[in-house]
Ligand binder design. Structure first.
Ligand code: FAD
Length: 466
């Protein structure tokens, strides 16, 4: 009789639950081990501190998520998440002025981070082959440098320790992953690691939206400016479930937003346009202001290790975490699940499959890593080492592209595809885009008003008209 096979997934965040879903096709049993106690099936929890801050799930990630877990985006929207067309449902002040709200090309899903998490968790746990042990902290790996055969665990409530055996262990424990230490304890060599940190600080608070704006309101952002040579500040208002707005202020090193109420309001007015501060004045604040410095770009190059243990994989933020201002993390986690599926479809759990999967996972991380870290090197206090001439040229091109996209629709469409992780730079190779890039486009007046539509202006008296 054939022995039954088991995978354990460490962490019940997005990367972990999507990996668990993918694995149901290849093993008999998938057990998710989660450090947090999930008794009340919470939306906010200690292991998901980023829940307090604005999140966009970009179209490319949403499509990947739906491919792994069909119907999830529809059911998220039915449950209260917002689907915002891009760029039409975004009021965005860029370093080149207000982005014109051209018709929808892509989209983004907005709701609180924990709302996505709980939704996905529930759907994956409906799978008969998946179970979850909560309050279970993973403290190490079992095996040796050539093969991982399980994990060491500690129950957070009773303090009891033990081991869980598995044919495959997937580390999805996020930014705080202990995999470097765990592998070292097995005698495996350390992978190269890179950290690029522009010192970005997030400061966020939830508001009840004014009655007229509880549905159908755009996202509003004043973007960071990497080219100013100064510490940069931004604001973002994201509509989330329950008729609420999640407002996040962000500042790079030297321009960090404060956590006190008066400072929060002052900072919101100090950015290039006070639109979010004005909207905040029309809304009712709820609960405290939360801050986060979990914003460094960190990449671990597991795929380059000379020997990779069989039976072990690292996914999600544990593999590559990005400056959240680029809104890439969830989408890359979902695309990573697709990479895992395609490797396992081809190679099953045969020897070498984990190494192959780890290489493919690295490929899903690479473009987002390059985009985030090249740009972050422009901020004060970040070493420009590693910013190659090619990268600098790419950045200058992208600056021109963004400035052109503000008022030129074909360019805005190509940019929307790239931004939403739904298209490549090949989309730029259109005569009308190339011509606009060469010729340049008229810039909007710097002091022009936020581009709310006539319908929005008449529907929402707090916008000052109506
Ligand atoms: C401030 C901020 C804003 C962001 N904004 C965006 C955005 O707009 N768009 C976007 O796509 N992404 C954004 N991100 C990134 C996004 O939140 C992450 O990429 C995404 O959550 C990755 O999920 P994950 O499953 O890899 O890790 P996590 O969500 O961090 O999940 C890790 C899980 O592992 C558990 N765990 C940790 N250690 C252990 C252990 N030893 N044993 C057992 N369990 C453990 C944790 O409790 C947690 O449940 C943002 C991140 C931050 C910090």
């Amino acid at each position: 009789m054939q022995r039954s096979t088991r995978a354990v997934v460490l962490g019940c965040g997005l990367a972990g639950m999507l990996a668990a879903k993918v694995l149901t096709k290849y093993v008999d049993r998938v057990t998710v081990l989660e450090r947090d106690a999930l008794g009340e099936d919470p939306v906010a929890r200690a292991g998901l501190p980023q829940h307090r801050h604005a999140h966009f799930l970009l179209a490319g990630g949403a499509r990947a998520l739906d491919s792994v877990l069909p119907g999830t985006i529809r059911s998220l929207i039915d449950a209260g998440a917002h689907r915002l067309g891009f760029p039409n449902d975004f009021v965005t002040f860029t370093p080149a002025g207000w982005q014109q709200r051209f018709p929808e090309r892509q989209f983004a899903i907005t709701c609180s981070r924990g709302f996505v998490d709980r939704h996905v968790r529930r759907r994956v746990l409906d799978e008969p082959r998946v179970d979850l042990l909560d309050a279970t902290e993973v403290t190490g790996l079992i095996g040796d440098a050539t093969r991982v055969t399980g994990v060491l665990v500690r129950n957070r409530q009773s303090g009891a320790t033990g081991g869980v055996r598995a044919d495959l262990v997937v580390d999805a424990t996020g930014r705080g992953s202990g995999a470097l230490d765990w592998l070292a304890a097995l005698g495996a060599p350390a992978p190269a690691e890179k950290v690029i940190d522009c010192g970005l600080m997030y400061s966020s608070r939830i508001f009840t939206a004014p009655a007229s704006a509880r549905a159908g309101f755009p996202a509003v952002t004043v973007a960071l400016d990497p080219w100013s040579g100064e510490p940069s500040r931004s604001t973002v208002l994201v509509p989330i479930e329950g008729g609420r707005w999640l407002i996040t202020l962000a500042g790079t090193r030297g321009a960090e937003p404060p956590a006190d109420e008066a400072g929060f309001a002052r900072f919101a007015r100090s950015v290039a346009d006070p639109v979010v501060a004005d909207l905040m004045d029309a809304a009712e604040p709820h609960g405290p202001i939360y801050r986060s410095r979990s914003t460094v770009n960190r990449r671990r190059y597991y795929e380059r290790m000379p020997v990779w243990p069989e039976g072990f994989l690292v996914v999600g933020d544990a593999l590559g975490a990005f400056n959240p201002a680029y809104a890439h993390g969830m989408s890359i986690a979902a695309k990573g699940a697709l990479a895992l599926r395609s490797t396992l479809d081809r190679h099953g759990l045969r020897p070498g499959a984990c190494r192959r999967a780890q290489r493919l996972l690295a490929r899903t991380v690479r473009p987002a890593w390059a985009a985030a870290t090249d740009q972050d090197r422009l901020y004060p206090g970040v070493s420009a080492d590693g910013l190659t001439r090619i990268a600098l040229l790419r950045l200058r091109m992208s600056r021109r592209l963004m400035a052109t996209a503000v008022s030129h629709e074909p360019t805005a469409q190509a940019v929307a595809d790239i931004f939403a992780l739904s298209g490549s730079v090949a989309g730029l190779a259109k005569p009308e885009v190339l011509w606009a890039l060469v010729r340049g486009c008229p810039r909007p007046e710097p002091d022009s008003a936020p581009p709310f539509t006539p319908e929005e202006l008449s529907a929402h008296p707090f916008l000052g008209v109506g």
